[in-house]
Unconditional design. Structure first.
Length: 566
Protein backbone atom coordinates (compact mmCIF):
# COMPACT_ATOMS: atom_id res chain seq x y z
CA UNK A 1 0.00 0.00 0.00
CA UNK A 2 3.04 2.27 0.29
CA UNK A 3 2.95 3.40 -3.33
CA UNK A 4 -0.75 4.24 -3.15
CA UNK A 5 -0.38 6.17 0.10
CA UNK A 6 2.35 8.27 -1.51
CA UNK A 7 0.01 8.97 -4.41
CA UNK A 8 -2.68 10.01 -1.94
CA UNK A 9 -0.27 12.40 -0.22
CA UNK A 10 0.36 14.12 -3.53
CA UNK A 11 -3.37 14.45 -4.00
CA UNK A 12 -3.60 17.05 -1.29
CA UNK A 13 -1.53 19.37 -3.43
CA UNK A 14 -3.87 18.73 -6.34
CA UNK A 15 -7.06 19.57 -4.44
CA UNK A 16 -5.81 22.97 -3.30
CA UNK A 17 -7.10 24.58 -6.50
CA UNK A 18 -10.09 22.34 -7.24
CA UNK A 19 -12.84 23.85 -5.08
CA UNK A 20 -16.31 23.95 -6.52
CA UNK A 21 -16.74 27.22 -8.38
CA UNK A 22 -19.91 28.19 -6.53
CA UNK A 23 -18.30 27.82 -3.07
CA UNK A 24 -16.87 30.91 -1.44
CA UNK A 25 -13.45 29.92 -0.21
CA UNK A 26 -11.81 31.68 2.79
CA UNK A 27 -9.26 34.35 1.88
CA UNK A 28 -7.58 34.96 5.24
CA UNK A 29 -3.78 35.60 4.98
CA UNK A 30 -2.60 32.50 6.85
CA UNK A 31 -4.88 30.23 4.85
CA UNK A 32 -3.85 31.77 1.54
CA UNK A 33 -0.14 31.43 2.38
CA UNK A 34 -0.70 27.85 3.54
CA UNK A 35 -2.16 26.95 0.14
CA UNK A 36 0.83 28.50 -1.57
CA UNK A 37 3.15 26.46 0.65
CA UNK A 38 1.23 23.30 -0.24
CA UNK A 39 1.58 24.04 -3.93
CA UNK A 40 5.33 24.41 -3.44
CA UNK A 41 5.55 21.17 -1.46
CA UNK A 42 6.59 22.96 1.75
CA UNK A 43 4.45 20.88 4.09
CA UNK A 44 6.14 22.05 7.28
CA UNK A 45 5.36 25.72 6.60
CA UNK A 46 1.87 24.80 5.44
CA UNK A 47 1.16 22.96 8.69
CA UNK A 48 2.40 25.89 10.78
CA UNK A 49 0.22 28.35 8.86
CA UNK A 50 -2.83 26.07 9.01
CA UNK A 51 -2.37 25.70 12.76
CA UNK A 52 -2.45 29.45 13.11
CA UNK A 53 -5.46 29.66 10.77
CA UNK A 54 -7.63 27.28 12.80
CA UNK A 55 -6.64 29.10 15.97
CA UNK A 56 -7.93 32.36 14.53
CA UNK A 57 -10.76 30.90 12.42
CA UNK A 58 -11.78 27.57 13.96
CA UNK A 59 -14.72 27.16 11.56
CA UNK A 60 -12.58 27.10 8.41
CA UNK A 61 -13.35 23.56 7.25
CA UNK A 62 -10.81 23.80 4.42
CA UNK A 63 -7.98 24.44 6.85
CA UNK A 64 -9.05 21.41 8.87
CA UNK A 65 -9.20 19.35 5.67
CA UNK A 66 -5.66 20.19 4.61
CA UNK A 67 -4.30 19.66 8.11
CA UNK A 68 -6.00 16.27 8.23
CA UNK A 69 -4.57 15.36 4.84
CA UNK A 70 -1.08 16.29 5.95
CA UNK A 71 -1.32 14.25 9.14
CA UNK A 72 -2.98 11.21 7.56
CA UNK A 73 0.42 9.72 6.76
CA UNK A 74 2.10 10.96 9.97
CA UNK A 75 -0.19 10.80 12.99
CA UNK A 76 -3.42 9.10 12.06
CA UNK A 77 -5.21 9.76 15.38
CA UNK A 78 -4.51 13.47 15.00
CA UNK A 79 -5.62 13.30 11.37
CA UNK A 80 -8.96 11.76 12.38
CA UNK A 81 -9.56 14.58 14.85
CA UNK A 82 -8.88 17.20 12.18
CA UNK A 83 -10.92 15.42 9.52
CA UNK A 84 -13.89 15.06 11.85
CA UNK A 85 -13.84 18.86 11.99
CA UNK A 86 -13.53 19.08 8.19
CA UNK A 87 -16.55 16.81 7.64
CA UNK A 88 -18.57 18.89 10.10
CA UNK A 89 -17.53 22.35 8.83
CA UNK A 90 -17.03 22.06 5.06
CA UNK A 91 -19.93 23.45 3.00
CA UNK A 92 -22.21 20.56 2.08
CA UNK A 93 -22.42 21.79 -1.51
CA UNK A 94 -18.64 21.47 -1.90
CA UNK A 95 -18.96 17.78 -2.63
CA UNK A 96 -15.50 17.51 -4.13
CA UNK A 97 -13.59 18.46 -1.00
CA UNK A 98 -16.09 16.87 1.35
CA UNK A 99 -15.42 13.64 -0.54
CA UNK A 100 -11.69 14.05 0.08
CA UNK A 101 -12.37 14.60 3.79
CA UNK A 102 -14.19 11.26 3.99
CA UNK A 103 -11.46 9.60 1.97
CA UNK A 104 -8.57 10.87 4.12
CA UNK A 105 -10.46 9.92 7.27
CA UNK A 106 -11.02 6.42 5.90
CA UNK A 107 -7.29 6.08 5.29
CA UNK A 108 -6.45 7.25 8.81
CA UNK A 109 -9.01 4.95 10.44
CA UNK A 110 -7.62 1.92 8.68
CA UNK A 111 -3.95 2.70 9.19
CA UNK A 112 -4.08 3.45 12.89
CA UNK A 113 -7.05 1.43 14.08
CA UNK A 114 -7.55 -1.21 11.38
CA UNK A 115 -11.20 -0.20 11.63
CA UNK A 116 -12.56 -2.00 8.57
CA UNK A 117 -16.18 -1.02 9.14
CA UNK A 118 -15.16 2.62 9.66
CA UNK A 119 -13.02 2.46 6.52
CA UNK A 120 -15.84 1.11 4.39
CA UNK A 121 -18.36 3.61 5.79
CA UNK A 122 -16.11 6.57 4.96
CA UNK A 123 -15.11 5.17 1.56
CA UNK A 124 -18.78 4.78 0.63
CA UNK A 125 -19.47 8.30 1.89
CA UNK A 126 -16.59 9.59 -0.24
CA UNK A 127 -17.87 7.74 -3.30
CA UNK A 128 -21.40 9.10 -2.84
CA UNK A 129 -20.27 12.62 -2.11
CA UNK A 130 -17.62 12.87 -4.83
CA UNK A 131 -18.19 10.08 -7.35
CA UNK A 132 -15.68 11.53 -9.85
CA UNK A 133 -12.49 10.49 -8.00
CA UNK A 134 -10.78 7.09 -8.18
CA UNK A 135 -8.76 7.21 -4.95
CA UNK A 136 -11.44 5.77 -2.60
CA UNK A 137 -11.98 2.72 -4.78
CA UNK A 138 -8.23 2.23 -5.21
CA UNK A 139 -7.61 2.21 -1.51
CA UNK A 140 -10.56 -0.01 -0.67
CA UNK A 141 -9.43 -2.48 -3.33
CA UNK A 142 -6.05 -2.90 -1.69
CA UNK A 143 -7.60 -3.45 1.70
CA UNK A 144 -10.02 -5.99 0.28
CA UNK A 145 -7.16 -7.85 -1.42
CA UNK A 146 -5.26 -7.99 1.87
CA UNK A 147 -8.40 -9.47 3.50
CA UNK A 148 -8.83 -12.09 0.79
CA UNK A 149 -11.91 -10.53 -0.84
CA UNK A 150 -10.45 -10.72 -4.34
CA UNK A 151 -13.73 -10.39 -6.18
CA UNK A 152 -14.65 -7.27 -4.20
CA UNK A 153 -11.20 -5.81 -4.82
CA UNK A 154 -11.40 -6.35 -8.58
CA UNK A 155 -14.83 -4.74 -8.65
CA UNK A 156 -13.47 -1.62 -6.94
CA UNK A 157 -10.46 -1.45 -9.28
CA UNK A 158 -12.65 -1.70 -12.35
CA UNK A 159 -14.84 1.06 -10.89
CA UNK A 160 -11.72 3.18 -10.41
CA UNK A 161 -10.83 2.70 -14.08
CA UNK A 162 -14.05 4.49 -15.05
CA UNK A 163 -12.92 7.70 -13.30
CA UNK A 164 -11.21 10.46 -15.23
CA UNK A 165 -8.52 11.05 -12.61
CA UNK A 166 -7.45 7.41 -12.28
CA UNK A 167 -3.79 6.63 -12.77
CA UNK A 168 -4.23 3.62 -15.00
CA UNK A 169 -0.78 2.21 -14.44
CA UNK A 170 -1.65 1.88 -10.74
CA UNK A 171 -5.09 0.40 -11.34
CA UNK A 172 -3.80 -2.31 -13.67
CA UNK A 173 -0.84 -2.97 -11.40
CA UNK A 174 -3.18 -3.53 -8.45
CA UNK A 175 -5.34 -5.80 -10.60
CA UNK A 176 -2.15 -7.79 -11.24
CA UNK A 177 -1.34 -7.94 -7.55
CA UNK A 178 -4.87 -9.11 -6.87
CA UNK A 179 -4.35 -12.01 -9.27
CA UNK A 180 -0.96 -12.83 -7.76
CA UNK A 181 -2.61 -12.98 -4.33
CA UNK A 182 -4.94 -15.60 -5.80
CA UNK A 183 -1.99 -17.63 -7.12
CA UNK A 184 -2.62 -16.79 -10.79
CA UNK A 185 0.68 -15.36 -12.15
CA UNK A 186 -0.38 -15.70 -15.79
CA UNK A 187 -3.38 -13.40 -15.27
CA UNK A 188 -1.20 -11.08 -13.19
CA UNK A 189 1.31 -10.76 -16.02
CA UNK A 190 -1.45 -9.76 -18.45
CA UNK A 191 -2.47 -6.92 -16.11
CA UNK A 192 1.16 -5.86 -15.57
CA UNK A 193 1.59 -5.73 -19.34
CA UNK A 194 -1.42 -3.40 -19.54
CA UNK A 195 -0.01 -1.25 -16.73
CA UNK A 196 3.25 -0.81 -18.63
CA UNK A 197 1.37 0.45 -21.67
CA UNK A 198 0.56 3.53 -19.59
CA UNK A 199 3.99 3.96 -17.98
CA UNK A 200 7.11 2.19 -19.23
CA UNK A 201 9.21 3.74 -16.47
CA UNK A 202 7.50 2.45 -13.34
CA UNK A 203 10.07 0.21 -11.65
CA UNK A 204 7.52 -1.25 -9.23
CA UNK A 205 5.53 -2.77 -12.09
CA UNK A 206 8.66 -4.45 -13.46
CA UNK A 207 9.42 -5.81 -9.99
CA UNK A 208 5.87 -7.14 -9.69
CA UNK A 209 6.03 -8.72 -13.14
CA UNK A 210 9.42 -10.21 -12.26
CA UNK A 211 7.86 -11.94 -9.28
CA UNK A 212 5.06 -13.27 -11.47
CA UNK A 213 7.52 -14.65 -14.05
CA UNK A 214 9.56 -16.32 -11.31
CA UNK A 215 6.37 -17.86 -9.93
CA UNK A 216 5.99 -19.47 -13.36
CA UNK A 217 9.61 -20.67 -13.17
CA UNK A 218 10.46 -18.34 -16.05
CA UNK A 219 13.79 -17.32 -14.51
CA UNK A 220 15.19 -15.47 -17.51
CA UNK A 221 12.25 -13.10 -17.86
CA UNK A 222 12.00 -12.66 -14.10
CA UNK A 223 15.65 -11.68 -13.81
CA UNK A 224 15.41 -9.49 -16.91
CA UNK A 225 12.56 -7.48 -15.37
CA UNK A 226 14.50 -7.12 -12.10
CA UNK A 227 17.49 -5.73 -14.00
CA UNK A 228 15.23 -3.37 -15.98
CA UNK A 229 13.74 -2.05 -12.76
CA UNK A 230 17.17 -1.47 -11.27
CA UNK A 231 18.44 0.28 -14.39
CA UNK A 232 15.75 2.94 -14.28
CA UNK A 233 16.76 4.93 -11.21
CA UNK A 234 19.10 2.62 -9.28
CA UNK A 235 16.75 3.01 -6.35
CA UNK A 236 17.24 1.27 -3.01
CA UNK A 237 14.02 -0.66 -3.52
CA UNK A 238 15.04 -2.08 -6.90
CA UNK A 239 18.60 -2.74 -5.67
CA UNK A 240 17.30 -4.72 -2.69
CA UNK A 241 14.95 -6.73 -4.87
CA UNK A 242 17.60 -7.55 -7.48
CA UNK A 243 20.12 -8.58 -4.84
CA UNK A 244 17.51 -10.69 -3.06
CA UNK A 245 17.23 -12.79 -6.22
CA UNK A 246 20.97 -13.37 -6.02
CA UNK A 247 20.51 -14.76 -2.51
CA UNK A 248 18.93 -17.80 -4.11
CA UNK A 249 21.52 -20.52 -4.72
CA UNK A 250 19.61 -21.65 -7.80
CA UNK A 251 19.38 -18.16 -9.33
CA UNK A 252 22.65 -16.60 -8.18
CA UNK A 253 24.86 -17.26 -11.18
CA UNK A 254 22.06 -16.38 -13.59
CA UNK A 255 21.50 -13.08 -11.81
CA UNK A 256 25.21 -12.27 -11.72
CA UNK A 257 25.64 -13.18 -15.39
CA UNK A 258 22.72 -10.95 -16.39
CA UNK A 259 24.00 -8.02 -14.32
CA UNK A 260 27.53 -8.47 -15.67
CA UNK A 261 26.17 -8.34 -19.21
CA UNK A 262 24.70 -4.96 -18.32
CA UNK A 263 28.13 -3.63 -17.31
CA UNK A 264 29.21 -3.88 -20.95
CA UNK A 265 26.21 -1.90 -22.20
CA UNK A 266 26.49 1.22 -20.05
CA UNK A 267 29.08 3.97 -19.89
CA UNK A 268 29.24 3.83 -16.08
CA UNK A 269 28.98 0.26 -14.73
CA UNK A 270 29.64 1.25 -11.09
CA UNK A 271 26.24 0.36 -9.66
CA UNK A 272 26.11 -2.96 -11.49
CA UNK A 273 29.55 -4.01 -10.25
CA UNK A 274 28.54 -2.93 -6.74
CA UNK A 275 25.37 -5.04 -6.97
CA UNK A 276 27.41 -8.11 -7.96
CA UNK A 277 29.82 -7.44 -5.09
CA UNK A 278 26.88 -7.22 -2.70
CA UNK A 279 25.38 -10.50 -3.95
CA UNK A 280 28.66 -12.37 -3.61
CA UNK A 281 29.24 -10.82 -0.19
CA UNK A 282 25.88 -12.11 1.04
CA UNK A 283 26.86 -15.54 -0.28
CA UNK A 284 30.17 -15.32 1.64
CA UNK A 285 32.11 -15.54 -1.62
CA UNK A 286 34.50 -12.85 -0.48
CA UNK A 287 37.15 -13.01 -3.23
CA UNK A 288 34.56 -12.40 -5.94
CA UNK A 289 32.81 -9.82 -3.78
CA UNK A 290 36.12 -7.97 -3.44
CA UNK A 291 36.80 -8.24 -7.17
CA UNK A 292 33.61 -6.46 -8.14
CA UNK A 293 33.92 -3.94 -5.33
CA UNK A 294 37.35 -2.99 -6.67
CA UNK A 295 35.89 -2.65 -10.16
CA UNK A 296 33.04 -0.51 -8.87
CA UNK A 297 35.53 1.71 -7.06
CA UNK A 298 37.56 2.32 -10.22
CA UNK A 299 34.59 3.75 -12.12
CA UNK A 300 32.91 5.58 -9.24
CA UNK A 301 33.12 9.36 -8.96
CA UNK A 302 33.83 8.75 -5.28
CA UNK A 303 36.03 5.62 -5.04
CA UNK A 304 34.78 3.06 -2.57
CA UNK A 305 37.99 2.95 -0.56
CA UNK A 306 36.29 2.82 2.85
CA UNK A 307 34.15 -0.17 1.86
CA UNK A 308 37.21 -1.94 0.46
CA UNK A 309 39.15 -1.20 3.65
CA UNK A 310 36.39 -2.61 5.83
CA UNK A 311 36.26 -5.78 3.73
CA UNK A 312 40.00 -6.30 4.21
CA UNK A 313 39.67 -5.56 7.93
CA UNK A 314 36.94 -8.20 8.21
CA UNK A 315 39.52 -10.79 7.17
CA UNK A 316 42.26 -9.33 9.39
CA UNK A 317 44.21 -8.07 6.39
CA UNK A 318 45.02 -4.99 8.39
CA UNK A 319 47.92 -3.75 6.30
CA UNK A 320 45.65 -3.59 3.25
CA UNK A 321 42.83 -2.08 5.34
CA UNK A 322 45.15 0.67 6.56
CA UNK A 323 46.32 1.26 3.01
CA UNK A 324 42.79 1.82 1.73
CA UNK A 325 41.79 4.08 4.60
CA UNK A 326 44.84 6.12 3.69
CA UNK A 327 43.75 6.12 0.03
CA UNK A 328 40.35 7.44 1.18
CA UNK A 329 42.09 10.44 2.71
CA UNK A 330 43.76 11.38 -0.56
CA UNK A 331 46.23 14.23 -0.21
CA UNK A 332 44.43 15.90 2.68
CA UNK A 333 46.80 18.02 4.82
CA UNK A 334 47.06 16.54 8.32
CA UNK A 335 46.56 19.93 9.95
CA UNK A 336 43.18 20.48 8.28
CA UNK A 337 41.34 17.17 8.78
CA UNK A 338 37.62 17.57 9.43
CA UNK A 339 35.77 15.21 11.80
CA UNK A 340 35.01 12.68 9.07
CA UNK A 341 38.60 12.68 7.86
CA UNK A 342 39.89 12.35 11.42
CA UNK A 343 37.80 9.21 11.75
CA UNK A 344 39.39 7.83 8.57
CA UNK A 345 42.86 8.77 9.78
CA UNK A 346 42.28 7.10 13.15
CA UNK A 347 41.22 3.92 11.36
CA UNK A 348 44.33 4.17 9.21
CA UNK A 349 46.47 4.43 12.35
CA UNK A 350 44.55 1.70 14.18
CA UNK A 351 44.84 -0.84 11.38
CA UNK A 352 48.50 0.05 10.88
CA UNK A 353 48.95 -0.94 14.53
CA UNK A 354 46.89 -4.13 14.13
CA UNK A 355 49.06 -5.13 11.17
CA UNK A 356 52.00 -5.33 13.57
CA UNK A 357 53.58 -1.99 12.64
CA UNK A 358 53.22 -0.72 16.19
CA UNK A 359 55.95 1.93 16.20
CA UNK A 360 54.86 3.28 12.84
CA UNK A 361 51.30 3.57 14.15
CA UNK A 362 52.47 5.43 17.26
CA UNK A 363 54.45 7.86 15.10
CA UNK A 364 51.40 8.45 12.90
CA UNK A 365 49.23 9.06 15.96
CA UNK A 366 51.73 11.59 17.32
CA UNK A 367 51.36 13.64 14.12
CA UNK A 368 47.76 14.58 14.99
CA UNK A 369 48.20 15.51 18.65
CA UNK A 370 45.56 18.17 19.47
CA UNK A 371 46.16 21.24 21.61
CA UNK A 372 46.37 20.24 25.28
CA UNK A 373 43.39 22.38 26.26
CA UNK A 374 41.16 21.09 23.43
CA UNK A 375 38.21 18.72 23.77
CA UNK A 376 39.99 16.06 21.67
CA UNK A 377 43.15 15.89 23.75
CA UNK A 378 41.95 13.37 26.35
CA UNK A 379 40.63 11.02 23.66
CA UNK A 380 43.97 11.32 21.84
CA UNK A 381 45.82 10.51 25.08
CA UNK A 382 43.58 7.48 25.65
CA UNK A 383 44.44 6.09 22.21
CA UNK A 384 48.14 6.76 22.75
CA UNK A 385 47.98 4.96 26.10
CA UNK A 386 46.46 1.92 24.42
CA UNK A 387 49.01 1.92 21.57
CA UNK A 388 52.02 2.18 23.87
CA UNK A 389 50.81 -0.48 26.27
CA UNK A 390 50.06 -3.05 23.57
CA UNK A 391 53.30 -2.20 21.77
CA UNK A 392 55.10 -3.25 24.94
CA UNK A 393 56.25 0.26 25.85
CA UNK A 394 55.07 0.03 29.45
CA UNK A 395 57.16 2.96 30.67
CA UNK A 396 55.74 5.11 27.85
CA UNK A 397 52.22 3.94 28.75
CA UNK A 398 52.82 4.97 32.37
CA UNK A 399 54.04 8.43 31.34
CA UNK A 400 51.00 8.84 29.09
CA UNK A 401 48.62 7.75 31.85
CA UNK A 402 50.15 10.28 34.24
CA UNK A 403 49.34 13.02 31.72
CA UNK A 404 45.62 12.21 31.91
CA UNK A 405 43.24 14.25 34.11
CA UNK A 406 42.62 12.96 37.61
CA UNK A 407 38.92 12.32 36.92
CA UNK A 408 39.84 9.85 34.18
CA UNK A 409 42.47 8.10 36.27
CA UNK A 410 40.06 7.73 39.20
CA UNK A 411 37.25 6.28 37.07
CA UNK A 412 36.62 2.64 38.01
CA UNK A 413 36.00 1.79 34.34
CA UNK A 414 39.67 2.53 33.63
CA UNK A 415 41.06 0.98 36.80
CA UNK A 416 41.83 -2.52 35.47
CA UNK A 417 43.80 -1.16 32.52
CA UNK A 418 45.65 1.29 34.77
CA UNK A 419 46.41 -1.50 37.21
CA UNK A 420 47.94 -3.55 34.41
CA UNK A 421 50.16 -0.61 33.45
CA UNK A 422 51.37 -0.25 37.06
CA UNK A 423 51.92 -4.00 37.26
CA UNK A 424 54.08 -4.06 34.12
CA UNK A 425 56.15 -1.24 35.58
CA UNK A 426 56.70 -3.21 38.79
CA UNK A 427 54.49 -0.90 40.88
CA UNK A 428 52.52 -3.70 42.53
CA UNK A 429 50.99 -1.66 45.37
CA UNK A 430 49.46 0.81 42.93
CA UNK A 431 48.34 -2.04 40.69
CA UNK A 432 46.60 -3.77 43.59
CA UNK A 433 44.95 -0.49 44.58
CA UNK A 434 43.51 -0.09 41.07
CA UNK A 435 42.24 -3.67 40.91
CA UNK A 436 40.66 -3.35 44.36
CA UNK A 437 38.67 -0.26 43.23
CA UNK A 438 36.77 -2.56 40.88
CA UNK A 439 35.76 -5.07 43.52
CA UNK A 440 33.41 -2.99 45.66
CA UNK A 441 29.70 -3.83 45.62
CA UNK A 442 29.01 -0.57 43.80
CA UNK A 443 31.63 -1.30 41.13
CA UNK A 444 30.33 -4.85 40.66
CA UNK A 445 26.80 -3.53 40.19
CA UNK A 446 28.00 -1.00 37.62
CA UNK A 447 30.17 -3.37 35.55
CA UNK A 448 30.75 -6.90 36.75
CA UNK A 449 33.07 -7.68 33.81
CA UNK A 450 35.69 -5.29 35.24
CA UNK A 451 35.23 -6.88 38.65
CA UNK A 452 35.79 -10.36 37.16
CA UNK A 453 39.16 -9.30 35.76
CA UNK A 454 40.08 -7.48 38.95
CA UNK A 455 39.38 -10.50 41.16
CA UNK A 456 41.31 -12.73 38.77
CA UNK A 457 44.30 -10.36 38.79
CA UNK A 458 44.14 -10.20 42.59
CA UNK A 459 44.25 -14.00 42.73
CA UNK A 460 40.64 -14.57 43.81
CA UNK A 461 39.85 -16.87 40.88
CA UNK A 462 36.78 -18.42 42.55
CA UNK A 463 35.06 -15.02 42.89
CA UNK A 464 36.03 -14.12 39.31
CA UNK A 465 34.43 -17.31 38.00
CA UNK A 466 31.33 -16.84 40.17
CA UNK A 467 30.71 -13.33 38.79
CA UNK A 468 31.36 -14.46 35.22
CA UNK A 469 28.96 -17.40 35.42
CA UNK A 470 26.27 -15.16 36.90
CA UNK A 471 26.72 -12.59 34.12
CA UNK A 472 26.69 -15.34 31.51
CA UNK A 473 23.42 -16.73 32.92
CA UNK A 474 21.79 -13.29 33.20
CA UNK A 475 22.83 -11.85 29.81
CA UNK A 476 24.55 -14.42 27.57
CA UNK A 477 24.22 -12.24 24.44
CA UNK A 478 26.58 -9.65 25.91
CA UNK A 479 29.39 -12.03 26.84
CA UNK A 480 32.38 -11.52 24.55
CA UNK A 481 34.07 -14.79 23.56
CA UNK A 482 37.46 -13.09 23.45
CA UNK A 483 36.95 -11.47 26.85
CA UNK A 484 35.77 -14.81 28.26
CA UNK A 485 38.86 -16.55 26.84
CA UNK A 486 41.12 -13.97 28.50
CA UNK A 487 39.36 -14.39 31.85
CA UNK A 488 39.49 -18.19 31.70
CA UNK A 489 43.21 -18.01 30.91
CA UNK A 490 43.77 -15.71 33.87
CA UNK A 491 42.00 -18.04 36.30
CA UNK A 492 43.85 -21.07 34.92
CA UNK A 493 41.03 -22.80 33.04
CA UNK A 494 42.96 -23.41 29.82
CA UNK A 495 40.48 -25.84 28.19
CA UNK A 496 37.63 -23.36 28.63
CA UNK A 497 39.80 -20.49 27.35
CA UNK A 498 40.55 -22.50 24.19
CA UNK A 499 36.84 -23.31 23.75
CA UNK A 500 35.95 -19.62 23.83
CA UNK A 501 38.71 -18.79 21.35
CA UNK A 502 37.44 -21.53 19.04
CA UNK A 503 33.96 -19.98 19.17
CA UNK A 504 35.50 -16.62 18.33
CA UNK A 505 37.34 -18.07 15.33
CA UNK A 506 34.22 -19.91 14.17
CA UNK A 507 32.39 -16.56 14.18
CA UNK A 508 34.95 -15.12 11.76
CA UNK A 509 37.52 -13.63 14.11
CA UNK A 510 40.95 -13.61 12.44
CA UNK A 511 43.07 -11.21 14.49
CA UNK A 512 45.89 -13.58 15.43
CA UNK A 513 48.15 -10.61 16.21
CA UNK A 514 45.73 -9.56 18.94
CA UNK A 515 45.53 -13.09 20.33
CA UNK A 516 49.28 -13.57 20.44
CA UNK A 517 50.10 -10.18 21.94
CA UNK A 518 47.40 -10.10 24.65
CA UNK A 519 49.12 -10.53 28.01
CA UNK A 520 46.01 -12.16 29.52
CA UNK A 521 46.42 -15.08 27.11
CA UNK A 522 50.14 -15.58 27.69
CA UNK A 523 49.43 -18.50 30.04
CA UNK A 524 48.15 -20.47 27.04
CA UNK A 525 51.44 -20.39 25.17
CA UNK A 526 52.86 -23.88 24.90
CA UNK A 527 49.49 -25.46 25.79
CA UNK A 528 48.88 -28.13 23.15
CA UNK A 529 45.22 -27.45 22.41
CA UNK A 530 45.91 -23.72 22.11
CA UNK A 531 48.82 -24.16 19.74
CA UNK A 532 46.81 -26.65 17.65
CA UNK A 533 43.90 -24.20 17.51
CA UNK A 534 46.09 -21.41 16.19
CA UNK A 535 47.71 -23.72 13.63
CA UNK A 536 44.31 -24.91 12.40
CA UNK A 537 42.76 -21.51 11.93
CA UNK A 538 45.90 -19.84 10.63
CA UNK A 539 45.93 -22.45 7.86
CA UNK A 540 42.33 -21.61 7.02
CA UNK A 541 43.13 -17.92 7.15
CA UNK A 542 46.14 -18.33 4.86
CA UNK A 543 43.86 -19.79 2.18
CA UNK A 544 41.34 -16.96 2.59
CA UNK A 545 44.09 -14.35 2.65
CA UNK A 546 45.78 -15.66 -0.50
CA UNK A 547 42.48 -15.66 -2.41
CA UNK A 548 41.78 -12.03 -1.48
CA UNK A 549 45.32 -10.85 -2.16
CA UNK A 550 45.32 -12.62 -5.53
CA UNK A 551 42.20 -10.67 -6.46
CA UNK A 552 43.80 -7.43 -5.34
CA UNK A 553 46.81 -8.17 -7.54
CA UNK A 554 44.69 -9.17 -10.52
CA UNK A 555 42.58 -6.02 -10.34
CA UNK A 556 45.61 -3.73 -10.64
CA UNK A 557 46.39 -2.21 -7.27
CA UNK A 558 47.28 1.49 -7.15
CA UNK A 559 49.37 2.97 -4.34
CA UNK A 560 47.77 5.73 -2.24
CA UNK A 561 48.61 9.40 -2.60
CA UNK A 562 51.08 10.68 -0.03
CA UNK A 563 49.39 12.55 2.81
CA UNK A 564 50.54 16.13 3.24
CA UNK A 565 52.51 16.34 6.47
CA UNK A 566 53.02 12.59 6.79
Amino acid sequence: MKKLLFTFLLAIVTIVNTHAQDVKEPTSPDYTKAKEALEEGDFFTADSLLSEEVRKHPKNGYAWLYRGGLYASLEADTAITYLDQAVRLLPKKDKENLGYAYFWRASAKWRIREDFDGLVADIRAAQRTNPSIAAPSMMLAQVLTSRGDYEGAEKELRLALTKNDVKKVDAYQFLGRNKMAQGDPAAAIRFYDQALEFDRNDETVYIDRSQAYLAQNNDDKGIDDAVKAFGMEYSRNSFSYLCSLGDSTELQEKVVSRIEAETHKVSDPTVYNFAISYIYGNAEKEPESLRYLLRASKTSDEPLYEQIAEKFAGYALYEQAADYFRKALGATPLDSLDDSQKSLYNKYVGYTFESGKTQEAIALHEKIMPEKDSEDYNAWLGDMLWYKYYAGDYAGALRTMEMMPEELRSDANNAVFQGKIYRENGMMDKARECFTRCTTDEAIEEDSSNAEYAFALLGNTAKARELFEKRQADDPENVSEFGAACLMALIGDKPMAVNYLRQQFENGFRNFFKVERDEDLQALKGYGDYEALLTEYKATFDVEKKALLDVLKEETYEAPIQLVGE
